[in-house]
Ligand binder design. Structure first.
Ligand code: HEC
Length: 317
């Protein structure tokens, strides 16, 4: 009996060892496969009231700003829990709440995603209920840049190229060089950096005033003046001033001015002049982008400049 049992017991033991080995090999294989699995590219989605919507991760979406009940309803139906706006406009927190959604507001410009804002995005991805929907105004430039950073924070497997693909797929204009640079140079925050963040994330930051927007306009304008002084080319001592990037920043800062709620009572002419200066900036940008003749550039530059002065004479000075 004993003799018969022993080989069996040994055989059992052998089986056990072997299956343990098998399990271990399978586990290692699964980990390797998971690590090698490519990060899924962004998937376009069609949602009512929204455009440029993409699913960019299991728990992450990006697209345009919701401006109607239909849009908020579509987000709620999709299962979204948190809406993260990087737009300058103050979000409609109340309407979102009626649809069971909470808002977080981290306004950024078209020139970069500053480190402070990137850390807030990291904090949102880490702490807030998911899935998260990230938006700017049209879901094309600032939103996808923020979403790329969110994705890098959320998923260790996500590489810089995967993150940049989010922007390319959303159609981010390569002339927003600062947005691309912010994603390319983004470092995942350390535990310590995240812990140093002050308090909870704001649901709504008060929109910038005309004064702050003028500072942005003035910044782009003075860069353009340097480009003009260099014969409408990148000044040799300022390789970062690329004409068609700077003229686009000027357009965007006039567009934001145009979108601002009025902080003082103003008449219809003021509104008209805001619209007109946006149009002139667009005309100037077009001339820069298409390398128009110097006399065309000069003429369009002069039109914008005249609009600065006429508006200041009536509404500022
Ligand atoms: C449609 C009207 C309008 C146009 C166009 C306009 N501005 Fe202004 N700007 C204002 C008003 C109004 C203020 C005063 C804002 C305040 O102090 O509340 C102002 C203020 C400023 C300031 C002072 C900001 C500060 O720190 O107090 C600067 C600089 C400026 N504008 C630059 C420009 C430049 C450069 C242009 C053209 C490229 C321009 N603006 C075009 C309306 C305009």
């Amino acid at each position: 009996m004993l003799l018969e049992c022993d080989p069996g017991a040994e055989h059992n033991l052998g089986m056990k060892t072997r299956s343990r080995w098998l399990l271990l090999v399978l586990l290692v294989l699964a980990t390797v496969i998971q690590a090698a699995e490519p990060v899924a590219p962004p998937q376009p989605l069609d949602l009512p009231g929204l455009h440029n919507v993409f699913q960019i991760g299991e728990q992450l979406y990006s697209g345009s700003g919701p401006e109607s009940d239909a849009a908020f309803q579509a987000l709620a139906k999709l299962g979204i829990k948190t809406v993260l706006s990087v737009d300058g406009a103050t979000p409609d927190v109340e309407r979102a709440r009626r649809h069971g959604l909470r808002y977080v507001h981290v306004p950024i410009g078209y020139d970069s995603v500053p480190r402070g804002a990137a850390l807030q995005i990291a904090q949102a991805v880490r702490e807030l209920p998911q899935p998260i929907y990230i938006h700017c105004h049209h879901g094309k430039h600032r939103g996808p840049a923020a979403a790329a950073i969110a994705r890098l924070c959320q998923d260790e497997r996500c590489q810089v190229d995967d993150a940049l693909r989010i922007m390319q797929q959303a159609g981010t204009d390569p002339r927003y060089a600062g947005l691309f640079r912010s994603v390319r140079e983004f470092r995942r925050p350390s535990e310590q950096e995240l812990q140093q963040l002050a308090g909870p994330l704001p649901a709504a930051v008060v929109a910038q005033g005309v004064k702050q927007q003028m500072v942005a306009i003035d910044h782009a304008w003075s860069e353009l003046q340097q480009i003009r002084a260099a014969g409408w080319k990148t000044p040799t001592d300022h390789p970062d001033l690329v004409p068609q990037q700077v003229s686009l920043q000027l357009v965007e800062s006039f567009r934001e001015l145009h979108r601002l709620p009025l902080d003082k009572p103003r008449d219809a002419t003021y509104r008209e002049w805001c619209a007109a200066s946006l149009q002139s900036a667009e005309q100037l940008d077009l001339a820069v982008r298409t390398s128009a003749m110097t006399n065309v550039l000069e003429e369009r530059y002069r039109v914008v400049l005249e609009q600065c002065s006429r508006c200041h004479t009536k509404y500022r000075d």
